[in-house]
Write a protein that binds this ligand. Sequence first.
Ligand code: GDP
Length: 295
Amino acid sequence: MFDNLSEKLDKAFHVLKGHGQITEINVAETLKEVRRALLDADVNFKIAKEFTNTVKEKALGQNVLTTLQPGQLMIKLVKDELTQLMGGDTEGIDLTGNPSVILMSGLQGSGKTTFSGKLANYLKNKKSKKPLLVACDVYRPAAIDQLHVVGDQIGVEVYSDRDNNDPVAIAKAGVAHAKSAGCNVVIIDTAGRLAVDEQMMTEISNIHKAIAPQETLFVVDSMTGQDAVNTAKAFNDVLNFDGVILTKLDGDTRGGAAISIKSVVDKPIKFIGTGEKMEAIDVFHPSRMADRILG
Ligand code: GDP
């Protein structure tokens, strides 16, 4: 995960590490390398620039040059700033509803169906919830089958209606079914497209309005870098979603989406997907991620 970025940041700090004394030139050079590493990781130019400017100001404010271990202090400043950029604190999901309705949104292939299963499995095993999965993709019968396979695998009921082609009606019926079946969480998997289009946005927006979910989550493939950030913006403009799910972090060597998405849409990353298996789900901790990136 983010191996390229970690390696480049490590190189950037090389000049400072081990030095008892450093100069302003060393600091400037290091921050230039940090900025380059962020740009190579596919972090947006403006964010990378602001990031290094902030670290520079803090470094000067704390008199980095006169401290005993200036290299360590610089690494700490970068780590703190990365943590802030990725969201600061860990944010949970709202499970206070009865049932709590969670709406999944995102492009086709982003990992929505897989994540819906992972989240149901997590809530069942870790939070002692009784979830219901609802299949709202009326365009691809294979998507309904896929959710049933996932449900069977984790022992969670799946609600679907193959004869109905109205996703709003299916979502509503799914919530009603959850109530009668005593399920306290409903996870609604929706149809995605390969790119943002008006019909998909109208459909997800209609489902959103009709069921007023406690949580609307936007699922995105972290390997798509800046595209992930742009797609997040498009979905957030329409849905004003509550949180981001970053999938496929196991294959992401760059890290640009993880680093920039929070500051662009101002919504927290809540969970990450780290593999294809149902157990490959983690709560997102900004500070732990910053630790991982900086090694
Ligand atoms: P959807 O179209 O948004 O519902 O996407 P799917 O859930 O069908 O996922 C698309 C592909 O990505 C599938 O082959 C999944 O196994 C895979 N996938 C989903 N999440 C992850 C993840 O966190 N890591 C990896 N490596 N693959 C994932």
